[in-house]
Design a protein. Structure first.
Length: 565
């Protein structure tokens, strides 16, 4: 009689709750003659077992489990090897195949193998937290029993640097306590301390616990063998107790409106995806810009080589500076921008949009009639001019030619600025230019750092007397000219319920030192801040900037608003 062919069913049964086990996994358990698994796993599925023979082992006996499973299957039996989560994610599937390969097994001969997928922790824990892995994500096990710690640390570093959402498996055990702390240290080198972090213990089991915290505070909570740690990326937000990572739809869709600017037929065109590989290839092949961002309701980016409005504007200004059309120190401000003049040819696509900040001067706030007429002419019927609280007009021009536009603005003696995450000098009007003693310093400061790229928009208030009536003392950096010298304020926060003035940092800084001083502060901020970290948070985190020490503001009791939200 021909010997019955044995079968190995490598089953992932998910987090543990019966309703989370797939139908195929349940049937595979039913049809098995032998169940082989770690003690806890056998206990978790005990309610599904009937007459199966059970082989249970301790936690570190995976190899003997795999060998025993293969041995029993080679005897012609149907053997289930069970793992929680997914058998192919830190489970038993790989080890079973390794044992078989050692035996020169071939899929068409010998025992039959079926790997049955289950819900892995990254999925079950994400579902409990909200939707944190909506974008590129990875799993990293912090167990260094089988993987050298140096390799794990490199993987954490790489995932952190490339903005992956990260699910940490095996974060801590009784003996492995330092790995999670070291991982946090590495992550903080790349991500904001405020990055949302979800801790899920025993997902879908009796003692399930869910904690939402931050990268800075995560170690203050219980983390153990049964915890999965999910670290958000730079876009992840917390909304009403949920951890959510945007997929990126807001680039193309107006999420708060039923009316979409892009028709369905336009959404998958290269023109609507200037960040795509196709757009870059087209730009490279033709040597022309595919500066094709459609006119989104929000400020959009405007060249194929730029991934943000800021980069597009910086790119434009760098190129024009290189050509001598504008000045202002933009050349070193966005090293990643591609200095290819052809990418500025927004006119190649009528949907392209160019966006730039315009002002009549650093101190001068008065536009001439000719300047206003020029702005109106450049904006045309399709463009728009937005007057901002920061004494600029933002000009948005669909189908505009940035090179020509900037040249025309400069010819009419207008200053042009990139907008977005850049340093902006917000000077007062020096009493209609009458208190003019410090205007050259304000202009020099703008020449040195105005428009340069920053981790987050950086407002530098500059007021021409101690009245400080333009609110310099509220800004990220405040400078007040008083008695022939300059007072310096650092770390203001102008918006939000916890808005607060900047901290007085120094008085009487000499005229020949103030620009250097602010430049040092600026350099330290741009060198050391996390992406997206506002200056006041950075100042508080690092404690000292350019020799100026941060001081805690007095605690303020916040009561519910009397009216409004
Ligand atoms: S801060 Fe002083 S110089 Fe500037 S506008 Fe106000 S009063 Fe005039």
């Amino acid at each position: 009689m021909e010997k019955k062919r044995g079968k190995l069913l490598v089953i992932g049964f998910g987090p543990g709750a019966f309703e989370q086990i797939t139908d195929r996994a349940r049937r595979a358990i039913e049809e098995s003659e032998v169940i082989i698994g770690y003690n806890t796993y056998v206990d978790l599925i005990r309610g599904l077992l009937t007459t199966q023979e059970i082989v249970r082992t301790g936690m570190t006996e995976e190899v003997s489990r795999a060998q025993e499973a293969v041995r029993q299957a080679e005897m012609g039996r149907t053997v289930a090897v069970i793992s929680s989560g997914d058998a192919g994610v830190y489970g038993m599937a790989g080890l079973i195949y390794e044992v078989l390969m050692e035996k020169k097994w071939h899929p068409d001969e010998g025992v039959e193998v079926e790997v049955i997928p289950g819900i892995s922790s990254i999925n079950s824990c994400a579902a409990l937290l909200g939707a944190p892995i909506m974008h590129d994500a990875c799993t990293i096990s912090l167990s260094d029993h089988l993987t050298p710690w140096d390799t794990i640390a490199k993987r954490v570093e790489a995932a952190a640097a490339t903005d992956f959402v990260i699910a940490l498996y095996n974060p801590r055990s009784g003996r492995r306590t330092r790995q999670i702390a070291e991982t946090q240290r590495i992550l903080l080198g790349h991500r904001s301390p405020d990055t949302p972090v979800g801790l899920v213990k025993s997902a879908y089991r009796d003692r399930q616990q869910i904690v939402l915290t931050t990268l800075a505070d995560m170690l203050e909570h219980e983390i153990g063998m049964l915890t999965t740690v999910i670290i958000g990326n730079s876009s992840t937000v917390v909304y009403d107790g949920l951890m959510i990572t945007p997929r990126g739809y807001q680039r193309k869709y107006t999420l708060n409106s039923e009316e979409q600017r892009l028709r369905p037929s336009e959404r998958l065109q290269v023109a609507a995806e200037p960040w795509s590989l196709s757009a870059k290839e087209q730009a490279g092949a033709s040597g022309e810009a595919k500066s094709v961002q459609p006119d989104f309701p929000a400020p959009a980016s405007y060249s194929a080589s730029s991934s943000s409005p800021l980069e597009a504007a910086m790119e434009a200004l760098q190129i024009l500076e290189a050509k001598g059309i504008v000045s202002g120190g933009y050349a070193g401000s966005a090293p990643s921008a591609v200095a290819n003049p052809s990418t500025l040819s927004a006119a190649v696509n009528p949907n392209a949009l160019f966006e730039v900040g315009v002002a009549p001067g650093i101190a001068n706030k008065k536009f001439t009639a000719r300047q206003m007429a020029l702005l109106a002419e450049i904006a045309g019927e399709q463009g728009e001019m937005e007057y901002t609280p920061h004494h600029q007009i933002i000009l948005r021009i669909p189908g505009g030619d940035p090179e020509r536009v900037v040249a025309e603005l400069k010819a009419e003696k207008l200053l042009v600025f990139p907008i977005g995450d850049v340093a902006q000098i917000k000077a007062c009007d020096f009493c209609n230019l009458e208190k003019d003693g410090s205007i050259p310093v304000a202009e020099e400061l703008n020449r040195v750092i105005g428009g340069l790229k920053t981790p987050k928009e950086l407002k530098i208030g500059f007021n021409g007397c101690g009245m400080a009536c333009y609110g310099a003392v509220l800004e990220d950096i405040g400078i007040v000219y008083r008695k022939g010298a300059y007072d310096l304020f650092l770390g203001g926060k102008t918006i939000g319920r916890n808005a607060h003035p900047a901290q007085p940092a120094a008085e009487g800084i000499a005229a020949d030192q103030i620009v250097d001083t602010v430049e040092r502060i600026f350099r330290e901020y741009t060198d050391k801040a996390f992406p997206g970290e506002r200056f006041h948070k950075f100042f508080k985190r690092v404690g000292t900037v350019a020799g100026f020490r941060h001081e805690e503001q007095p605690a303020v009791a916040v009561a519910d608003a009397v009216c409004g939200d």
